[in-house]
Design a binder for this molecule. Sequence first.
Ligand code: DQA
Length: 144
Amino acid sequence: KTIYVLNGPNLNMLGKREPGIYGGKALADVEADCRARAEVLGVAIEFRQSNHEGVLVDWIHEAGEKGAAGIVINPGAYGHTSIALHDAIRAVSPLPVIEVHLSNIHAREPFRHQSMIAPVAKGMICGLGPIGYMLALEALAARA
Ligand code: DQA
C-alpha cells in the first residue's frame, strides 16, 4: 500500500526558511525520516513538493485513481485559502487525508487559524514539527 506525502508552497525552503518557526531540518531530512518510518510500518510512500496549487490538485486525484492508502498533506499557505484543495479531497472521498502543519497555526496570526482542509480531513496535526508527519503516517498505516 502506498501513502502519498504531499507538501505545498515554500516547503522546499524548509531549513533555511524562518528556522525559529519551522525548525532547522530541510525537506529532504523530513523525507528521509518519513521513508525510514514508512519502512518500519511496511508501507510505501510517494513524497512530493510543489509550489503550485493545481499540481497539488492533480496529485490528490492521482492518489485517488491509483488506490493509495491515504494522503498526508502539509498544504502550506494553501491550507488557509484553497477551495480547490478542499474540493479535490472531497472528489477522492473516502480516501483518508491527514493535514499536517509543522507550526501551531492556532498560536500564530489570525489568518492562519482557518483551515480549508480540516473539515474534509480525517484528522489534523499541527505544532509538533516533523514528528507530525510520522504520527500521520502511523495513523494511515494502521488503517491500511
Ligand atoms: C505551515 C503553516 C502555514 O501557515 C504556512 O503558510 C506554511 C507552513 C506549517 O507547516 O507550519 O507554509 O503549513
